[in-house]
Design a protein around this ligand. Structure first.
Ligand SMILES: Cc1ncc(C[n+]2csc(CCOP(=O)(O)OP(=O)(O)O)c2C)c(N)n1
Length: 685
């Protein structure tokens, strides 16, 4: 590698970071910063070996990585200033950068599965690209990275983990935070690694060249542990180390000094002068750049292109084609198969169950689009998933079904990385109760990426999960926790219903929706038959949200105009249907039952219209009542179409865990009786 080039890029990083620290007190930069002073040789030595198509995932201390990657100093200064010309238009700031194949995020550890998923995607695409993830020694305290190392090793994913061990995390020295050794962590997972204790960029560059080649050639993970020294404060003025210690480090371990000694004085001075001028000019230009206009915070929204190359059938059309033009590779003829489809007494095919319909959707998605991959626990045949929704998939698409360890955050992060690199992963979380374990991945990564990276990426990922009680599974396997995600911008939350076409709904999420989707499946819906237009009791109307998800309105055939709107999704819509029939026959209360499938973003237009017709609304949800979906729906109805005479009510689960014992569970979750009583109250004069 050219000695002058290595020196030049290290100077660029050094001068950039020095100017950042010098100017921070003047107020030109926003938020915070973490400079790379002293560690320049790591980024330059490693990244100099990468090819254009390779991926870098960096962290909070990412300026050096970005500049070594070839990022423009002006765009980086501008990003730190919150300017429109910044790397991400000022949306991200110092820790949240994306340009070409460079990504960074400021949450310790969470980037590791995502970078690993990106590398897996490149391996699947056979692009030859590898990924490099940079992490600090303090980040080794985060659990998700071990979930990821495990999968990276099992699945032989071509990623190089570069640990920059500067022996301190913010203010905590490594002696207080790290047990055992760093290398032993990698060895435990069968990941080969090498340690280097040097500030010599040439040495790092040579060793990194070997590791980059090795990872690329073996298509397997590797790790490089770089023992290094941080010269500056963690952030701006928060260095707790003695000044003499830092002075000594600067004297003995300065990568610029080591490399400068290899250059002729004239060469060195020329490079320094050029880089100083470059940085100063970049700073001045960024200073003059415009701030974004307030409306730049409003994103143009998800790409209307859907998920790219796949066919352009909208869900509306899919509803019509249903499964007629597609035969699942799974035998649909025998009742003995969980996905089997029996015949009634007259030899007609029975309607599909929700389970069969979802299973068909997944087979169809896998068959239609080679970018679709499944990840989840116990999804391999013959078991086919805890609830059998993925049955048959591993038999027919063995290369695209990844059975995972019990590592929810890791598997969802890996799936997110795959989605960022153009695949369409479908991840299964075995029980919705474990949505808690993926919160950081969803909230701080998946939901943020598109907006934070200035709409330059999409994360077309679907996370399916069975939720809900009624089966005696007890407190940690019966919850409806989707409300935890209903307030998170950047994701869609969709709930299946047997009043619609589960197959079409899931296909819409997998193949058409360009945003990340959490797809909610109530366990009690799986055995139910899906809607049949010949239904003797109910008639159904279908409306559509702007995103193309259906909203169903159900009425009793031939009933008088409704005087109550019931609003429910998922299995509660079935409970509401039963209540609706009782209310009509026993209390002469006639209802419209509105069943949304798109929970987030909230599309309340049709709900409001119905309440305007009926004057009363009762919202039923299976999650706990407080701060729930019902509260949001009623607030929106009240805010936008307030009528003093409107009567509004809601029903949800009791405010304690879902019990295992059937009588206790019955009084905890909303039932037909609760709806009946509450409806009667709302109808009282
Ligand atoms: C999950 C999480 N916890 C805490 C923080 C706050 N934080 C930012 S940097 C940092 C120290 C990281 O140390 P290390 O991984 O060693 O990297 P270094 O700062 O030394 O480069 C901490 C605690 C964070 N960003 N993310």
């Amino acid at each position: 590698m050219d000695a002058k080039f290595l020196y030049r890029i290290m100077c660029r990083i050094r001068f950039f970071e020095e100017l950042v620290l010098e100017k921070f007190p003047t107020g030109v930069f926003v938020g915070t910063t973490h400079t790379y002073l002293g560690q320049e040789a790591n980024a330059v030595g490693v990244i100099a070996n990468l090819q254009a198509e390779d991926i870098i995932f960096s962290n909070h201390r990412g300026h050096g990585h970005f500049l070594a990657y070839g990022g423009e100093p002006r765009a980086l200064f501008a990003e730190l200033m919150g300017k429109k010309s910044g790397v991400c238009g000022g949306r991200g700031g110092s820790q949240h950068l994306h340009w070409k194949n460079f990504y960074s995020n400021g949450v310790q550890g969470g980037i590791v599965p995502i970078a690993t998923g990106m590398a897996l995607a490149e391996k699947q695409k056979q692009s030859g690209a590898i990924a490099v993830a940079f992490l600090g020694d303090g980040t080794l305290g985060e659990g998700v990275i071990y979930e990821t190392f495990n999968m990276a090793s099992k699945w032989q994913i071509p990623i190089l983990y570069v640990v920059e061990n500067n022996r301190i995390a913010q203010t905590t020295p490594i002696e207080l935070s790290l047990a055992g050794s760093i290398a032993a962590r990698f060895h435990a997972f069968g990941i080969a690694c090498e340690e280097l204790d040097t500030s010599d960029v040439v040495e790092i560059c040579d060793v990194a060249a070997r590791w980059v080649n090795r990872v690329r050639q073996n298509q397997a993970p590797g790790a490089l542990i770089l023992h290094t020294w941080r010269f500056g404060p963690h952030s701006k003025g928060d260095d707790t180390r003695p000044a003499e210690e830092i002075a000594f480090l600067k004297e003995t371990r300065d990568p610029l000094k080591i490399q400068a000694a290899r250059l002729a004085p004239g060469e060195r001075e020329a490079i320094e002068a050029e880089e100083q001028a470059l940085i100063e000019q970049a700073f001045q230009l960024a200073l003059e750049d415009e701030y974004p206009a307030p409306e730049d915070a409003l994103t143009p929204g998800p790409s209307t292109e859907g998920r790219g190359e796949t066919d352009s059938l909208s869900l509306r059309e899919r509803v019509r084609v249903r499964d007629e033009n597609f035969e699942s590779p799974v035998a649909l003829t025998s009742d003995s198969s969980p996905t089997g489809r029996g015949e009634d007494a007259e030899g007609r095919k029975k309607p599909l169950t929700v389970l069969q319909s979802l299973n068909l959707a997944i087979h169809q998605a896998l068959a239609k689009d080679k970018r679709v991959f499944l990840l989840g626990q116990d999804i391999l045949d013959p078991y086919g998933g805890a609830f059998k929704v993925t049955q048959g998939c591993s038999t027919h698409f063995p290369q695209r079904v990844f059975p995972t360890p019990i590592s929810e955050a890791g598997l969802v992060g890996i799936a997110a990385g795959m989605a960022l690199r153009g695949l369409l992963p479908l991840a299964e979380i075995m029980f919705g109760d474990f949505l808690t374990l993926i919160a950081d991945q969803v909230i701080n990564h998946i939901a943020k990426f598109r907006w934070m990276y200035n709409d330059a990426v999409n994360v077309p990922l679907v996370i399916r999960t069975p939720v809900g009680g009624g089966r005696g599974y007890g407190p940690t396997h019966s919850q409806s926790l989707e409300k935890l995600y209903l307030g998170v911008p950047g994701i869609h939350v969709v709930a299946v219903t047997h009043f619609g076409e589960p197959q079409a709904l899931l296909l819409q999420a997998i193949l058409q929706d360009s945003e990340p989707v959490i797809f909610i499946e109530h366990k009690s819906l799986y055995p139910l038959s899906i809607w049949d237009d010949q239904d003797r009791e109910l008639e159904r109307e279908v409306g559509w949200t702007e995103l193309g998800y259906p909203i169903y309105t159900l009425r009793l055939r031939g009933s008088p105009p409704a005087n109550l709107t019931l609003i429910a999704y998922s299995y509660m819509a079935e409970v509401a249907r039963q209540a609706m029939i009782q209310l009509a026959y026993q209390a002469e209360i006639f209802c419209e039952l509105i069943v949304p499938t798109q929970l987030r973003p909230c599309a309340e237009g049709m709900l409001r219209e119905s309440v305007q017709r009926t004057g009363r609304a009762l919202v039923i949800e299976e999650g706990t009542l407080s701060f729930g979906w019902g509260a949001e729906i009623l607030a929106r109805i009240a805010e936008h179409s307030f009528s003093p005479s409107a009567r509004l009510g809601r029903i949800g689960a009791a405010e304690h865990p879902v019990p295992a014992s059937p009588p206790l569970e019955r009084v905890t979750l909303p039932g037909v009786e609760d709806i009946f009583r509450k409806a009667q109250n709302l109808l009282k004069p």
